[in-house]
Design a protein around this ligand. Sequence first.
Ligand SMILES: *Cc1c(COP(=O)(O)O)cnc(C)c1O
Length: 866
Amino acid sequence: MTSTIDPKAIGKPAPKRKHARTLTGYLPEVDESGQEKWPRGEEKVWKEGTRGPDRDVSTITKSFVNHVHTSLARQAYNLDDLGAYQAAALSVRDNLIINWNATQLNFTRKSPKRAYYLSLEFLMGRTFDNALLNLGLKKEYSEGVNQLGFNLEDLLEKERDAGLGNGGLGRLAACYLDSSASQELPVWGYGLRYQFGIFQQLIAPDGSQLEAPDPWLQHDNPWELPRPDVSYEIRFYGHSERLDGMKAVWSGGQEVLAVAYDTMIPGYDTKNTNNLRLWESKPKRGFDLNSFNAGDYERAIESSNSAAAITSVLYPNDHTTFGKELRLKQQYFWTAASLADILRRFKNIDKPITEFPEHVAIQLNDTHPTLAIPELMRILLDEEDVPWDVAWNIITNTFFFTNHTVLPEALEKWPIPLMENLLPRHLQIIYDINLLFLQAVEKKFPGDRDKLARMSLIEEGFPKNVRMANLAVLGSRKVNGVAELHSELLQATILKDFVEFYGQSKFFNVTNGITPRRWLDQCNPGLSNLIHETLRIPKADFLKDLYKLEGILEYIDNPSFQKKWVAVKQSNKERLANYVENTLGYKVNTQAMFDVQIKRLHEYKRQTMNIFGVIYRYLTIKAMTPEERKKVNPKVVFFAGKAAPGYYIAKLTIRLIVNVARVINADPDTKDLLTLFFLSDYSVSLAEILIPASDISQHISTAGTEASGTSNMKFCLNGGLLLGTVDGANIEIAEEVGESNVFFFGHLTPAVEDLRYQHMYHPQPIEQKCPNLARVLNEISSGRFGDGGVYEPLLNTIRNVDYYLLTEDFDSYIQALANVDNAYQNRVEWIKKSITTTAKMGKFSSDRAINDYAQECWNIESLHLK
Ligand SMILES: *Cc1c(COP(=O)(O)O)cnc(C)c1O
């Protein structure tokens, strides 16, 4: 495979759409160097070293006012912050559109190999601030809106988060888009445009989680461009009739329309602006006219409703699957539309279909888009008349698969009856793939029936299921995990048979990363500025090459640098304290240590252990004399995170945290030394406030369960120290910053399986196993934090099987917390740990991760836009 640019394609005009014409007199002349000369019209040219045409403040205010009058149809003398945000956003968008157009034209002309990132989740957060940063227009816009009587910070607050994801997997996709665009790589994202993103979390008076819909599109979304002209018909149900050979005809059923919406993804410090294409479902016709005319209005709108329902809401489960038909519909709708779009673009370059993998790479973000494999097979066999072997060869050179978890409940399976009904042709293809595959396995490992059963795409049972991970492995050129430990575990456990069959070279690792633009410069401008002033290099130098942060180690012993470092942390703590006061009405002691755990609520992440540790600390302080209390390190503990609405134990954990907070924060004996807050409605924007303020953060999953984690990287980049288990990317963070700079505790991965076995078959009462934890659980049961009976189901998961091994790790956890307290007493040493941690985070830039993918998988190259 090569990705060299066809020299003939350079300078070739973009292929035209049907019936499209060039505006008379507007054809650009392209000289030898590829430079375009536009004949006339408004000159939109950039001065060297700038990123957009609207650089000077007076141009910005003019375009702002213009949008107020024309786009918004509002009056200049009557504008609120929301209107001002919209006008400013539209004016920024003008810049993005120009760059976006230039980028797409450049890609079309040069037709380099492209990569497509298929993800059911993109947790983008806000766009405005990021667009300003990446365009390099932040100062100018700040000044511009100031002149008009507004404050940029207030306008930024008016934007709603785009919450089209649950947690780490969706945020990873967003960081990868930022890195791809910043490195001028031809990478597009494909996803779904959910009407409602991740639910809004409210906390009821009794402490339990309530869910409200997330109407993020309510005030229009200035960051997207509807493309009603880009649409595809997607079929469901019907029947499939086999023809000669491996072909078939799929017909009947129901057809819905997939309509494209494009979101511009500006690169940092470059004009390059990539695209995230999200699909919305629409009925093919508005409604069924026959029923309507027959007076059956309800029937008439029923099918239009069911078509619109496909992209109406994001499934709010993280690390679990639910086997619902609508979810399978979402997956097929999205993969089919994306593939149709990719194929149409490929056909524009007039190459034989066998060369598809030389022009296209498709990354499957988890198993969610695995139907793309049988869908591309269907197109190649049934529509393009490609023989089976040739088609399969195209498939296995096009797709790449990233696994995100080894948790059994998260491995996707679809019941055969469901698949047969919804996607009859795809099930046939899956059967055919399976037959040929199992024959090959049988040939290599004759007579090993257990192996065949384990590797089969079909899981036996009532009903039988299709195993999506197996299908993704078969259909992909390469398969990767998301941190070293996770990739090793994958190959040693759920993919062991496949490693034996295919050999080692198909499997590899790409450790996750985060974008330093959002997770350093945007969320922590104070720290970014300090680094910039200290290193005396342009911000772009370290924001594009994060290894450059190591330069600050030279100043680690410099008292004035240390002082500035602490001052930045302090002001971030005050910003968070303000947020808490405004939302919860509490005054926070900003002199205390800030201890933060923010992530999806899940038993494997063990927020339970953290809250039990808080209770333990509370009881310990309670039992002290006033003299003893003087030696206690004051601490404020923060939690945030959503629980899947159907995840009972996770929701009980939230309720417990909130009620423990109520008791502890009101206790005059302890409240100067220990307070606790659960901040509701965790989101990217809330993370941007919490992370820079943390002294210590907790990443305490049972060893072997957290594939990577990415919030651990965000905290460390912002100078927060890490308290964690030897799991996921924690291990690689410790390798980089040095083990003396992290607080590790708990059993290691190899011990976990044995311990679980003992718990199952030789259970021991918790009083014997871990008296400290037993005492905490008894305090909860006794009603110290409100009605104890409420929490029994949660407490019993630990008293009984204790699958996530709290009883095994609790004592060493308490010891690790004590180590954190001790280390914090030596403030200078602590500051040096903090500086070292930030300095050593180079590896965890998503720029590095995206380069790993570009080189190991996609074989694509940067395309510089002049
Ligand atoms: C980074 C991030 C996550 C992932 O957090 P982990 O602790 O790695 O699970 C989840 N949600 C949001 C909003 C994030 O920004």
